[in-house]
Design a protein around this ligand. Sequence first.
Ligand SMILES: Cc1ncc(COP(=O)(O)O)c(C=O)c1O
Length: 377
Amino acid sequence: MTRIDDLPIRDELRGKSPYGAPQLDVPVRLNTNENPYPLPEPLVRRIAERVTEAARHLNRYPDRDAVELRTELAAYLTRTAGHPVTTGQVWAANGSNEVIQQLLQTFGGPGRTALGFEPSYSMHALISRGTGTGWISGPRNDDFTIDVAAARAAIAEHRPDVVFVCSPNNPTGSAVGADTVLALYEAAQAARAGSGGALVVVDEAYVEFSHRPSLLPLIEGRPNLVLSRTMSKAFGAAGLRLGYLAADPAVVDAVQLVRLPYHLSAVTQATALAALEHTDTLLSYVEQLKGERDRLVTELRASGCQVVDSDANFVQFGLFDDAHAAWQAILDHGVLVRDNGVPGWLRVTAGTPAENDAFLDAVRAVLKERSLKENKR
Ligand SMILES: Cc1ncc(COP(=O)(O)O)c(C=O)c1O
């Protein structure tokens, strides 16, 4: 049987594994940071109407620049982040993964490097690799916060073309302060002062769940700062595949150099526009999820687990001698959580109250079992 490595693939892809959170058929799935609430029926009907209208014109290519959608996304950002954003400052693509890919195709690529502070969202490294961009793993403190002095030193040493800051950070959960982002931005510009600076990408996929405000206002006057966002989490629309960025209009112009023509289908644009009409209802689910997230933190701590403070819709908990064995034991109780490979730690997504109860019961049961009694409290 032919294996991938028998094919004439690029050398840097040899021996690598694709991204793949397990999609197992278990009663409670809390492993991919999705929103557990299905879209409300009035929105489902509105999507059907909008898509029906779009279907009448599917013989034509979609609006290549997605102007109506970008205008509505700009209005959403202006309203929720308390800072005016124009259509020209917003760009949309098929999930924020595609936004990140377009940014790396434009600002990274062969001979260039990107740096992120790990553990963090693994796709930053994987998309870097996929675009031929060298990956540099930057440091974090033991409590998973970013050590600004060490981060500055790593930036000065490696002079990356792109720096990723994930806030709130996946999988650890905590948000990053504006002062830290500004320090990293300045360090990145200084390190590449002779070559026009470096792009700093703040991945705010989970920001709607945060205790801290969005870092959006920081893009003002900083053309090399980009914020990436998604409708997969707070909007409960992971299946839609809609991500977007906010930045200086020059960044939006720059990604046009690499985006595929008509990359965002008319059906996607119509569906996203319908979802944006129902923003208030969808954001009310976010409030419920924040309450459930806080309950998970409190109850996990009460059970003896260590828990990282969370600004997201998920919680990193431990500390297990063997996190993978703990993952399997929780799965044996019918609950799928995520082992991100952070030694000792697992991650659980906040689900519905019933799902969270099932998860907490499973953890309590597992903590009583022999195989996990070395759990260090
Ligand atoms: C930090 C972070 N950024 C981006 C994404 C990708 O989101 P999307 O569904 O918009 O591609 C995820 C998804 O889990 C994520 O955790």
